[in-house]
Design a protein around this ligand. Structure first.
Ligand SMILES: [Zn+2]
Length: 408
């Protein structure tokens, strides 16, 4: 075999394990042995955690790292949208490329091997961002899988020509049909266009849905209905869904059960939601998140994503998914050892399920997308966001990190 990772731990296995890779595939997996099979390269894991590669389920590369260009901060979602819209005409392909590559690189260093990127299509950018992301997807395919969402941030019908840009994106290689339930003239027309398009081109759907604290903003009900009508179970993801957090418990639980039944994945994007939601309350501000523990109890596949990094929507952030996992744990009352396991599961197996990734996981026959972390249990990994010592994409080492502090 090409590589043997010796003596690692994993939340999946009760004992210390060895794993072998050949031609990019996991071909050997057994309890740790002092007499392991021969390999061209051996990495001693020293009991540290080995995970399948992290999944960044929702990120905006084209509008990341804009703090230097911003004239003012945003204090509402609409202000963030319009502040960013003003900057768009100044984006060049080179500037977008440099910002995107910085984020992709630091994501890889954090152990991300699959990323779903929302790419903006509108009358200013037209196809510029999508063209660049299609190039990066191809250029970096040996290092990371990038799924591209054709995302109409400014609405489909408020911005004439966006429908054609979405169709063109799918023909040219975009992977997912995007949408936004709170930024178009007619919700019904918007959703029917998206489901029709996804059906025609046989693509999954990933929507920005109900991003507010308004308990009456429940486009999710239409999304549930259409998911059933189109038989799109397991192929629809919804980001935000924060309005549901303001709905009274009995009604919210019913909706959560319908989401689970329809097989819709929910993506919490807490760094943006905590920053923009809850402000209008004035005092006793709500956190403005989707009700994660309740959705989990109802059987919904809940995951999280980084969403925005250092722009009007979220002036903070790195591209380590575990930063977001920790933020979610801290703000959703998820402090137990079991909760830490769930949070790590959301950035791995649950994320892979939502993104429809096949051949994923620690089992024989899976792609060797792996990350060895400098921690011996998931709680330590999450709380310290320990170094990702080695990252492999299809068996090829794509990053390594080591940190050392010297005390005097
Ligand atoms: Zn987003």
């Amino acid at each position: 075999m090409d590589l043997l990772i010796q003596g690692f731990s994993s939340p999946q296995f009760p004992c210390v394990m060895d794993l072998g890779i050949e031609k990019g595939i996991i071909t050997y997996l057994a309890e740790h042995s002092l007499l392991p099979p021969e390999a061209k390269q051996i990495i001693a894991a020293n009991g540290n955690i080995l995970l399948p590669g992290l999944v960044e389920s929702h990120i905006h590369l084209d509008k990341a790292l804009l703090l230097d260009q911003m004239k003012s901060e945003a204090s509402t979602l609409q202000e963030a949208i319009s502040e960013t819209y003003k900057l768009k005409s100044g984006y060049t392909k080179q500037d977008m490329r440099e910002r995107a590559i910085r984020i992709i690189r630091s994501s890889i260093a954090a152990g991300v091997t699959v990323m779903r990127c929302q790419v903006e299509l509108d009358s200013i950018l037209e196809f510029k961002a999508m063209e660049l992301m299609l190039e990066l997807k191809e250029e970096l395919r040996d290092q990371i899988d990038i799924q591209l969402v054709a995302f109409p941030q400014e609405g489909i019908f408020r911005q004439p020509g966006t429908d054609a840009l979405m169709i063109q994106s799918l023909i040219r290689g975009a992977d997912v049909v995007g949408g936004i339930t709170y930024n178009d003239s007619d919700l019904n027309e918007h959703l029917h266009f998206i489901f029709g398009l996804a059906d025609k081109y046989n693509k999954p759907i990933d929507l920005h849905v109900d991003f507010s604290d308004d308990s009456d903003q429940l486009a999710i009900l239409d999304v549930i209905r259409l998911t059933k009508d189109y038989r799109f179970q397991d192929k629809v993801s919804v980001g935000h869904l924060t309005s549901l957090g303001s709905v009274k418990p009995m009604q919210a639980e019913k909706i959560a059960e319908s989401i689970a039944k329809a097989g819709i994945h929910v993506m919490s994007l807490p760094s943006t939601e905590l920053y923009l939601n809850g402000r209008a309350d004035g005092y006793r501000n709500r956190r403005g998140l989707t009700p994660v523990p309740m959705l989990l109890d109802s059987g919904v596949n809940v995951i999280y994503g980084t969403n925005n990094i250092q722009n009007a929507f979220t002036p903070f952030g790195t591209s380590d998914p575990l930063d977001i996992g920790l933020l979610l744990a801290q703000t959703c009352y998820m402090g137990s050892a079991k909760d830490a396991e769930i949070i790590i599961d959301m950035a791995t197996y649950r994320g892979a399920k939502a993104l429809g990734i096949s051949n994923y996981g620690l089992h024989i026959g899976a792609d060797a997308d792996l990350v060895l972390c400098n921690a011996k249990d998931v709680r330590t990994l999450l709380y310290y966001r320990s170094e990702r010592l080695f990252v492999w994409k299809k068996g090829k080492q794509v990053a390594s990190t080591s940190k050392e502090t010297i005390f005097y």
